[in-house]
Ligand binder design. Structure first.
Ligand SMILES: *[C@@H]1O[C@H](CO)[C@@H](O)[C@H](O)[C@H]1NC(C)=O
Ligand SMILES: *[C@@H]1O[C@H](CO)[C@@H](O)[C@H](O)[C@H]1NC(C)=O
Ligand SMILES: *[C@@H]1O[C@H](CO)[C@@H](O)[C@H](O)[C@H]1NC(C)=O
Ligand SMILES: *[C@@H]1O[C@H](CO)[C@@H](O)[C@H](O)[C@H]1NC(C)=O
Ligand SMILES: *[C@@H]1O[C@H](CO)[C@@H](O)[C@H](O)[C@H]1NC(C)=O
Ligand SMILES: *[C@@H]1O[C@H](CO)[C@@H](O)[C@H](O)[C@H]1NC(C)=O
Length: 396
């Protein structure tokens, strides 16, 4: 879009460049020189501002436009800064290195919570019998929780205050990843909140995440005020508006991706400084919804699923998603959630465009969700009762 405007600007500039009032007096050689300069200028402009969308082609027929594009040299990519070059070689090398072979590959379950974990009992049931195939990390940012499950005792990492919507949220995610990466057997990393519950049994979750080579990071383009409307030009040159993406914060990541998150300071710093609440009058940005989606979109778009495996229900259209109460938690609800096989994104502009995609796992359709939120603590008893029932009928 920007380049299309620049292109039109270029055309306008060229129209006022020659001095037509002298035309009558021009002798033939001068005329040729003016003509040649005009044509060269036009070509230079077309090279610097190549038409990139059809609306920019209004001066040509669409075929003419294609022809013009095909005989112009390709647009030179923006020259990367030293920091970007350094950052990209490190990231490329990590992504190209083969995954570490581990005979006892584990999944790291990373809980980001203000304090107590209301579903510890349910998770305890989920983990039972699978010792050696998972590890648990807890980042309790406010109150030290009391644990009773042996899987959670002494699994807390050093934490720091987390303020909703601020960079401290991303910092806590990075702190969890950093701690979990210390164990070389951890091959996949899941970020969970205190209101998350499992939708499938352990084996299903383990196989779903381990036997595919992508990370489940939510990512989509929202042209509306809650998407690209939050972008600010201070992020240039490294982060362009066309690359700005949105997604839910609850991710799962393979080890290489966790490493490239650790390796990043360039893009992280941009988001820390320019994507925050109250950035400018009436402009709020939330790094936890934009940093990782944008980072992965720019550096490894094919390596992510583009949907989150943690379900949440925004259908009530409120500021917060639906929070399930005890009476909501029925066998029917849980079966519904476990069998959803399409992911939905809605843009925040007037169009409210609904993007629906099948969830493809290793190329074939599978249930989208492994976890769901937000469940109120009062749902625990129902969930404990229903868990064996809603998790026993599927295998991947
Ligand atoms: C993934 O798909 C490929 C090709 O269809 C197949 O060979 C492979 O076994 C699949 N992997 C799993 C874990 O199903
Ligand atoms: C994942 O594996 C598939 C084959 O199963 C391959 O086509 C694809 O390129 C791989 N993706 C990544 C990000 O390695
Ligand atoms: C996710 O979206 C990107 C484009 O943004 C695409 O290249 C990639 O293939 C998508 N991932 C999957 C698993 O389809
Ligand atoms: C379950 O899904 C069916 C079919 O989409 C729907 O009619 C029903 O209301 C859902 N039940 C619950 C409890 O969400
Ligand atoms: C378990 O699921 C079956 C089939 O959906 C249902 O008929 C049964 O009532 C459920 N059991 C409990 C305890 O909810
Ligand atoms: C799942 O378990 C529940 C309760 O243990 C049982 O009622 C139901 O029939 C089982 N469903 C299947 C498909 O095995």
């Amino acid at each position: 879009m920007k380049s299309a405007q620049a292109w039109r600007l270029g055309m306008k500039d060229m129209q006022i460049l020659p001095a037509p009032r002298q035309r009558g007096q021009l002798k033939k050689p001068t005329w040729i020189i003016v003509l040649v300069s005009l044509v060269s200028l036009f070509l230079v402009c077309a090279y610097v501002y190549p038409p990139q969308n059809s609306s920019a082609c209004y001066v040509f027929s669409s075929q003419g436009c294609k022809a013009l594009q095909s005989w112009l040299p390709p647009t030179p990519a923006r020259e990367l800064t030293d920091d970007e070059i350094a950052s990209r070689v490190v990231i490329r090398d990590i992504l190209d290195s083969p995954p570490r072979i581990s005979t006892k590959a584990k999944i790291a379950f990373m809980f980001l919570t203000p304090g107590a974990l209301p579903f510890e009992k349910l998770w305890d049931k989920f983990f039972q019998g699978h010792e050696g195939r998972f590890s648990v990390y807890v980042h309790a940012s406010k109150d030290k929780p009391l644990h009773f499950s042996r899987y959670f005792i002494n699994r807390e990492i050093r934490s720091s205050k987390v303020v909703w919507g601020k960079i401290s949220m991303v910092d806590a995610e990075r702190r969890l990843l950093g701690n979990a990466l210390k164990d070389p057997d951890n091959q996949h990393f899941i970020l969970l909140s205190d209101s998350c519950v499992p939708l499938h049994d352990f084996d299903y979750v383990y196989n779903y995440l381990m036997y595919t080579n992508i990370s489940f990071v939510d990512c989509f383009e929202d042209p509306g005020p809650h998407g690209s409307g939050r972008y600010i030009e201070y992020m240039l040159p490294e982060v362009e508006k066309k690359d700005f993406r949105k997604g839910a914060q609850w991710f799962t990541m393979k080890r290489q991706h966790a490493l490239i998150v650790m390796a990043d300071s360039l893009y992280y710093t941009k988001f820390r400084d320019y994507c925050k609440p109250g950035m400018e009058k009436g402009r709020n940005c939330y790094s936890d919804e934009h940093y990782l989606p944008t980072y992965f979109y720019m550096l490894d778009p094919a390596g992510i699923s583009n949907w989150s495996v943690t379900h949440v229900d925004w259908s009530e259209g409120k500021w917060h998603p639906k929070a399930y109460r005890a009476e909501d938690v029925t066998s029917e609800l849980m079966r519904n959630l476990t069998s959803i096989s399409e992911s939905v994104h809605v843009t925040s502009d007037e169009k409210k465009e609904v993007q629906i995609k099948s969830c493809l796992w290793n190329g074939s359709e599978r249930p989208c969700y492994l976890f769901a939120r937000k469940f109120l603590p009062e749902t625990l008893d129902n969930l404990m009762l229903l868990f064996p029932n809603y998790t026993n009928y599927t295998s991947i």
